[in-house]
Design a protein around this ligand. Structure first.
Ligand code: NAP
Length: 246
């Protein structure tokens, strides 16, 4: 038994892979042998740079623009990937936004947008890839949640709700899909060094028992671990430098 997954001949879609955690996950999947679709919404140049880097590993890689909160864009993105790389075996629902809002400042628009990008996108992408995974009786879906699904976090109640919803989605799909050979798990990081945390003014590393932010590679390692384990489903793997003990 290989302890790390061999993803040779597998096709993976990583949403929001132009930078941050998604780019590191895309890199780890390509290193494990997968052909990879690097999704992005706005940062085309950064997505193309990630794709170019992964091609040097000898993989087939495409950068594909889609706002994954929009059903029609997800459908056409998945069609393009299937036409160019083949059916999708591995889906990592990573795209997300973190609009920092106090309760008094949170608008209905902020709430709806956060739920659409962070939660509805995972539903849309999962629904779009399921038919081909079910037909081939194999699939791996990993949803990038957050410590904010359980804790207060520093972003706001809308973000808490989107990530808690994502974990409910994870368990609901997991329960229904194991019999089709498809596992669905969540990875819940807290405070990883990316653009999302760099905009914060409150030096969040001070609140982490380990004394530092996590790295994108540490999150990618957890994603690969989950993908490599065919007996584990419906779980959330937390990685947070010990924050869940405080
Ligand atoms: P990031 O550096 O801000 O990157 C966000 C990524 O999501 C970008 O690739 C962005 O694409 C993409 N994206 C945003 N909206 C999108 C949309 N509507 N459609 C398609 N792609 C979209 O964020 P990150 O820190 O890597 O976070 C990645 C995931 O981890 C998010 O779900 C976040 O909630 C979660 N997370 C992060 C932390 C942390 O501490 N960083 C902790 C817990 C959970 P463009 O580049 O094209 O804009």
């Amino acid at each position: 038994m290989h302890l790390l997954p061999d993803l040779t001949k597998r096709v993976a879609l990583v949403t929001g892979a132009s930078r941050g955690i998604g780019a590191a996950v895309a890199r780890a999947l390509a290193e494990a042998g997968a052909d990879v679709a690097v999704n992005y919404r706005a940062e085309a140049e950064r997505a193309e740079a990630v794709a170019a880097e992964l091609r040097t590993l000898g993989r087939r890689v495409m950068a594909v623009r889609a706002d994954v909160s929009q059903g029609a864009e997800v459908a056409s993105c998945v069609r393009r990937i299937e036409a160019e790389l083949g059916p999708i075996d591995v889906l990592v629902n990573n795209a997300g936004i973190a609009l920092v809002r106090d309760i008094a400042d949170l608008t209905e628009e902020d709430f709806d947008r956060t739920l659409a990008v962070n939660l509805k996108s995972a539903f849309l992408c999962t629904q779009a890839v399921l038919p081909s995974m079910q037909a081939r009786r194999w699939g791996r879906i990993v949803n990038i949640s957050s410590g904010a699904a359980r804790g207060a976090g520093g972003i706001g109640v809308h973000y808490n709700a989107s990530k808690a919803g994502m974990e409910g989605l994870t368990r609901g799909y997991a329960a229904r899909l194991m019999k089709h050979g498809i596992t669905v798990n969540a990875v819940a990081p807290s405070l990883i060094d990316t653009d999302m945390t760099r905009v914060r003014q409150d030096n969040p590393a001070r609140r982490i028992p380990l004394g530092r932010l996590g790295t994108v590679e540490e999150v990618a390692q957890a994603v690969l671990m989950v993908i490599g384990n065919g007996y584990m489903t419906g779980q959330t793997v937390q990685l947070n430098g010990g924050t869940h003990f405080i």
